[in-house]
Structures are given as structure tokens and as C-alpha cells.
Design a protein around this ligand. Structure first.
Ligand code: SF4
Ligand code: SF4
Length: 138
């Protein structure tokens, strides 16, 4: 999960959200495993130097993570994945300065943006994600 933080922070401050939903990951998505650094110009703003080095070693063909299984759309090192891959409040606070109380809204918006960028605005993946959010606890 990665964000263009400055753009996001502006959007987030404008849009905020009046609805409270719970973030969730949909299975067989993997949009956030598309790591192409060209599409993430602010990596150095929120990753430490060692993390950035690791990140760049993970970029494979077509900008996808070398650990991403395209057949199953699952992470091949899930239990050992880096902290910057983990969608959780403390990681997001460290990387993006997001208050834990804003975590769900921020993470949901991250997924929306990433899924749209990778799979398209009319994709099955974005529809599945909308369903996930709609069905989440309010
Ligand atoms: S973009 Fe969101 S929903 Fe898709 S795999 Fe990543 S965390 Fe899960
Ligand atoms: S390490 Fe796993 S979770 Fe992280 S980008 Fe690669 S495939 Fe995705």
C-alpha cells in the first residue's frame, strides 16, 4: 500500500469523510503490489533509506513486485512481507502521519485510488472493493 502522500493529504483534508467504514482487503486483488516507482514519485518521503533500497529490489517485470503471484494474486512472502506492505494503523502513522482514528478512511481511499490506477475505474476489482466497503461494519 503506497500513496502519493502530498496529493493524498490535500485530497483527504478536502474530502474527509462523514461516513465511518472499516477498511478491509479484498482477496485476489493485489493492486498495491504494483510497485512501479514512476507512479510513486514520493517514495523517499515516507520510506526510510533501507526500506527504499528494499522496495527497489522488489520491483520486477511491468512494475509488479517480484513476490506477487499473478496466478493467485497473492503475496508469496505474506508472513515476512515488509512493514511498508502492511496496512495497519501504526505503519500508516509512521509512513504517512495518519492519525490512527483516521486509519480506516485513509486506507479505504488508498485502495480505491490504487485499484483504479492499476485495474481501471470500471474494473471488476473496483466493483468488488466497493462491495467490500459497503458491507463493512459501520
Ligand atoms: S489494493 Fe487494497 S484491497 Fe487490493 S490487495 Fe491492496 S490492500 Fe487489498
Ligand atoms: S511483498 Fe507481498 S504484499 Fe508486498 S508488494 Fe510484494 S507481493 Fe505485495
Amino acid at each position: 500500500m503506497y500513496k502519493d502522500t502530498k496529493i493524498y493529504q490535500v485530497l483527504f483534508s478536502i474530502l474527509g469523510s462523514e461516513t465511518v467504514t472499516t477498511w478491509g482487503c479484498v482477496r485476489h486483488c493485489g493492486a498495491c503490489c504494483h510497485l512501479d516507482p514512476i507512479q510513486r514519485p514520493e517514495l523517499a518521503d515516507y520510506l526510510s533509506e533501507p526500506e527504499l533500497e528494499l522496495y527497489l529490489t522488489m520491483v520486477g517485470e511491468g512494475g509488479w513486485c517480484v513476490n506477487f503471484n499473478h496466478g493467485t494474486r497473492e503475496c508469496g512472502i505474506y508472513e515476512q512481507r515488509p512493514d511498508f506492505c502492511r496496512v495497519k494503523p501504526d505503519s500508516f502513522q509512521r509512513m504517512y502521519g495518519v492519525d490512527p482514528s483516521d486509519f480506516d478512511e485513509f486506507a479505504i481511499d488508498c485502495c480505491h485510488q490504487q485499484i483504479k490506477a492499476v485495474y481501471g475505474v470500471d474494473s471488476r476489482e473496483i466493483r468488488r472493493y466497493h462491495q467490500e466497503v459497503e458491507n463493512s461494519p459501520h
